[in-house]
Ligand binder design. Structure first.
Ligand code: PEP
Length: 258
């Protein structure tokens, strides 16, 4: 049976690539992904290249996401990105609460909630990132950390429609380390997240929300994650910076029916 959830592969380019480099990578991806495939593919370039990338990507082959958006649509928030303006530029997605924002920029669960709410209200699909640190995993706190992060981010929100909400489970210790979680461990947490979403909203929303795994995903390990019933795709950092590896991940993800 084919899942109601379309697989999603999102690339987080972080603070890499100037505009010329970003456009070159998008051109290569548009070529590599030109054949019809089931996977929804998103690139999240730095804010400095967002507008140029949105202008180049006018087809449904590739969608564009911001790496962070604010909770207000405008105001005295130096250095922040308006979700309304990102939407008007052509972004469909926005990453919210990435662990690097939490670690280096003081992003709290409460801010993640506000950014998630604003994204949903603006018509952007938030990719809400959650995940435990190594110390929390080793202390046996993973379930409690995930419960707190998911609940705070989503409580009191109106149930998002269809594919309007994405959760990325990204264990912090797996990001950029080359040490991915096992597919079994990622599935266990993904199933728990889906159960939490059912409690917060309802079973039908839980069945539609896409849950991604993130942390050292490569073409040779994506298959193991995609084979799991509650994992609908991946948020990819390092391997999204080259057309070869990112298109390789998309191609392999497309082989799974969910
Ligand atoms: C990320 O930063 O979201 C990420 C998953 O990075 P990497 O794929 O490089 O581990």
């Amino acid at each position: 049976m084919i899942s109601v959830r379309r697989p999603l592969i999102a690339g987080n380019w972080k603070m890499h690539k100037n505009t010329a480099e970003a456009l070159a990578l998008v051109e290569q991806l548009l070529y590599r992904l030109r054949d019809k495939h089931r996977v929804e593919v998103v690139v999240c370039p730095p804010a400095t290249s967002l507008e140029a990338v949105c202008q180049l990507v006018s087809t449904a082959t590739l969608y564009v996401g911001a790496q962070n958006t604010h909770w207000a649509s405008e105001g005295a928030f130096t250095g922040e990105i308006s979700p309304r303006v990102a939407r008007e530029m052509g972004c469909k997605f926005t990453i919210v609460g990435h662990s690097e924002r939490r670690q280096y920029f003081g992003e709290t669960d409460a801010y993640v909630h506000q950014r998630t709410r604003a994204a949903l209200e603006t018509g952007l699909t938030p990719i809400v990132c959650i995940g435990e640190t190594l110390a929390q995993r080793e202390a046996g706190e993973t379930v409690e950390v995930i419960r707190r992060q998911v609940t705070t981010a989503l409580e009191n929100l109106i149930a998002p429609q269809g594919g309007g909400l994405v959760i990325a489970y990204e264990p912090v210790w797996a990001i950029g380390t080359g040490r991915a979680a096992t597919a079994a461990d990622a599935q266990e947490v993904a199933a728990f997240i889906r159960q939490l979403i059912a409690e917060l909203f309802n079973a039908s929303t839980a069945a539609k929300v896409r849950i991604l795994y993130g942390g050292s995903v490569k073409p040779d390990n994506i298959g193991g994650f995609m084979a799991k019933p509650d994992i609908d795709g991946a948020l990819v950092g390092g391997a999204s910076l080259s057309a070869d590896s990112f298109a390789g991940i998309v191609a392999r993800a497309g082989r799974y029916q969910g």
